[in-house]
Write a protein that binds this ligand. Structure first.
Ligand code: ZN
Ligand code: ZN
Length: 403
């Protein structure tokens, strides 16, 4: 196994300059034209076979190892968020109102570094690495678009990997769950229709605000009283709009929010209780409810054997590090889940905060920034994990488990 830890450190200036360039020029989902152009240029300069325009602005590149073997897909997301940056960094966003506030600039730079390192060691690889640079991870369905465009075929992908820098933990921490890693998410819209009227004669109206207030309270009972105490779910009402003035009962209330779960059975239970609770309260109070539910992402579930191998690689590579296998579950959601629904794989986290340097604002915060020493750590672990998995006959391992 090459010494990827020191090779990634040797490439630190490259990784950092790429990351800072992407950070200064952030692009929203499906608009990553500049970013994708740089990615394609860098991959082409390595002599890889590069395909642009996959699933919109996605880029795919193939690296053939010297020996035959399985195909491992490794993904980075390229999109930024509609947030006005307040970091004051020298490399802060030059695109007003758009910001790399989730760390996807780092992911893109890390994956380019991984491509460089693995390309230099292609003689030692048994199999193919498929690099996937995806657009629009932040709730716009970039992964699904690339799947529809065939990113998992030709050659067919056996295993998939991705990472996320993680500002909830400091540099040094590595999180690799061997089961559920991130929640599945649904978005809901609820309209409660009553009958408007004068605020002074409520008996002649049907008040949708009172019914909706009861609904908001009752929905909290689903997690508290229907989901088993050792299982997890979240139901959050996040917008509530009604009325125009102080003396008019409005005709309707509109609410939106999100539901997060891991287990399919818990998801089914929560959705069933959600619909029943809303309809019965609305009807009991003389209103009518209309519910729209939309799935944002399924749960991100790691493949047990693959995750175990990545954990072992992390412990060998960073003997001094905390490799956390238990506290890595988050109720956030991840587009990579669509890939893990189709092929086994592993999604892991690299601690990236450094409170002493003031680099500990949370993801999606206007002052979000990472300690860049996390970048070579992520690149080294990803390159080492891919090399280990390709050379360990993971395909036999997967077959064993299926039989
Ligand atoms: Zn994000
Ligand atoms: Zn993210």
């Amino acid at each position: 196994m090459p010494d990827f830890r020191s090779e990634a450190l040797d490439l630190f200036e490259y990784t950092q300059s790429m990351r800072r360039d992407f950070h200064a020029h952030p692009e929203l989902g499906f608009q990553e034209v500049r970013t994708a152009g740089i990615v394609a240029r860098e991959l082409t300069s390595l002599g890889l076979e590069v395909h642009s325009g996959v699933g919109g602005t996605g880029v795919v590149a193939l690296l053939e190892g010297a020996n035959p073997g399985p195909v491992i897909l490794v993904r980075a997301d390229m999109d930024a968020l509609p947030i006005r940056e307040e970091t004051g960094a020298a490399y802060a966003s030059q695109n007003p109102g758009v910001m790399h506030a989730c760390g996807h600039d780092g992911h893109t730079a890390i994956l380019l570094t991984v491509a460089k390192m693995l390309n230099a060691h292609r003689d030692e690889l048994a199999g193919t690495v498929k690099f996937m640079f995806q657009p629009a991870e932040e709730g716009m369905g970039g992964a699904e678009k690339m799947i529809i465009d065939g990113v998992l075929d030709n050659p067919k992908v056996d295993l998939a990997m991705a990472l996320h820098v993680w500002n909830e933990k400091t540099v040094g921490w590595i999180g690799i769950a061997d089961g559920p890693a991130m929640a599945g998410a649904e978005i809901f819209k609820v309209k409660v229709q009553g009958k408007g009227g004068h605020g002074a004669v409520p008996h002649l109206a049907v008040d949708p605000i009172l019914a909706s207030a009861q609904i908001v309270s009752a929905l909290q009972g689903i997690v508290a009283r229907n989901v088993a105490p050792l299982q997890t779910a979240v139901v959050s009402v996040c917008t509530f709009h009604a009325g125009e003035t102080f003396n008019v009962i409005p005709p309707a209330v509109a609410m939106t929010g999100t539901i997060r779960t891991f287990e399919p059975a818990v998801r089914a239970l929560v959705l069933e209780r959600f619909e029943k609770t809303i309809h019965s309260i609305a009807e009991g109070m003389g209103c009518q409810a209309a519910i729209e539910l939309q799935i944002l992402t399924p749960a991100t579930i790691n493949h047990f054997e693959t995750a175990r191998r990545v954990q072992a690689v992390a412990r060998r590579l960073f003997p001094e590090a905390v490799v956390d296998t238990a506290n890595t579950i988050t109720m956030g959601s991840e587009d990579f889940a669509f890939i893990l629904e189709k092929v086994p794989g592993c999604f892991f986290f690299i601690g990236s905060a450094n409170p002493e340097k003031g680099l500990d604002a949370g993801h999606h915060h206007p002052r979000f920034d990472i300690d860049e020493t996390a970048l070579p750590r992520g690149a080294a672990l990803m390159a080492a994990a891919i090399t280990d998995l390709l050379n360990s006959r993971i395909s036999d391992l997967l077959k064993q488990e299926l039989s």
